[in-house]
Design a protein around this ligand. Structure first.
Ligand code: NCD
Length: 322
């Protein structure tokens, strides 16, 4: 069993042991390569034998203050396939003591009495950092408001690497809600580790936040913004589509105005390169026509599966030995 752990997480030491995963800023190319190679091993293990008992006896708490299908179930599946177990507070914290007014610091300090790590999704930007300030066990940020969604960005980048064989040299276009979409924020920051050109497609009111755009420009990245997906579809190697984040709007009439501002259709895909991929963190609410799903370039469900391998890799690294 010990040998097995060493074989998987590596002889050279594992810097992630016992660490929080709060932001993509924690990852440089070397760490990304490490996590991606772990994820590839996890895929092999799952495909060969369904899983492993690497984390037998370990417990993960999943604490979700916002709705989730993929992130929560992939963390649960990942932990189960590693032989560990889960305390799932994912079906609405309204049934937990949160509804009695318990604070986030108290909730995480309670859960860590039972669990070895906590996965947290929360509507407030910065909540994962607050939880980490109070908790002694690792916190894994599964989305904090409009801030970050680091595990999603890792699985997004892993998908690009797996599908296209490289990241450097690619033209990556992101479309949709660039203002509120935390997956876009995290993926953008992660891509700054690579030599890529970036395009951002959105209506005026949903443009990428200025501080992030400034960071992209400061790095000297070849970047452009446009309102029209047709401007980028023929040259994109990756088209990363997102949903308009209805829950973040204070004025719902504004949401109604722009919610249907574009749809990726088979006609539009006819203008795209043969060797490109279309991605989406999901859920989609009409941004990609169902007719695109059978196109081999539609990578979004393969992307979902990669999420489980990436989360297995992260859990093994964080909960495995140093
Ligand atoms: C995303 C999220 O929660 O930020 N979903 C996910 O985790 N795959 C994207 C979204 O909700 O639009």
């Amino acid at each position: 069993m010990k040998q097995n752990i060493r074989k998987i997480i590596g002889q050279g030491g594992n810097e992630f042991a016992g660490q929080d995963i709060l932001s993509v800023d924690q990852f440089d190319r070397e760490k990304l390569t490490y996590i991606f190679s772990l994820a590839a091993q996890m895929r092999e293990l799952v495909e060969r034998q369904g899983g492993t008992d690497l984390l037998k006896g370990r417990v993960l708490a999943c604490l979700f203050y916002e709705p989730s299908t993929r992130t929560s179930s992939s963390f649960i599946a990942a932990m189960n396939r590693l032989g560990g177990t889960v305390i799932p507070i994912t079906q609405g914290v309204q049934f937990s003591s949160v509804s009695k007014g318990e604070t986030l610091p108290d909730t995480v300090r309670t859960l860590e009495q039972y669990a070895d790590a906590i996965v947290l999704r929360h509507p407030k930007t910065g909540a994962a950092q607050i939880a980490a300030d109070y908790a002694t066990r690792p916190i894994l940020n599964a989305g904090d408001g409009t801030g970050e969604h680091p595990t999603q960005a890792l699985l997004d980048l892993f998908t690009i690497q797996e599908e296209l064989g490289r990241v450097d040299g690619l033209h990556i276009a992101m479309a949709g809600d660039l203002k509120y979409g935390r997956t876009v924020h995290s993926l953008t920051r992660l891509l700054l580790e690579y030599d890529v050109s970036l395009s951002y497609v959105s209506p005026e009111i949903l443009r990428l936040p200025l501080d992030l755009m400034n960071r992209v420009r400061e790095q000297g990245v070849d970047v452009r913004e446009t309102y029209n997906v047709a401007d980028v579809i023929d040259s994109a190697d990756v088209l990363y589509v997102t949903r308009v984040q209805k829950e973040r709007f204070s004025d719902l009439s504004q949401y109604e105005e722009i919610k249907d501002f574009y749809e990726i259709t088979p006609e539009l895909m006819a203008q795209a390169k043969d060797e490109m991929i279309i991605m989406h963190p999901l859920p989609r609410v009409g941004e990609i026509h169902y007719g695109v799903d059978d196109d081999p370039r539609a990578a979004y469900f393969r992307q979902v599966r990669n999420g489980m391998f990436i989360r297995m890799a992260l859990l093994a690294a964080v909960l495995g030995s140093a």
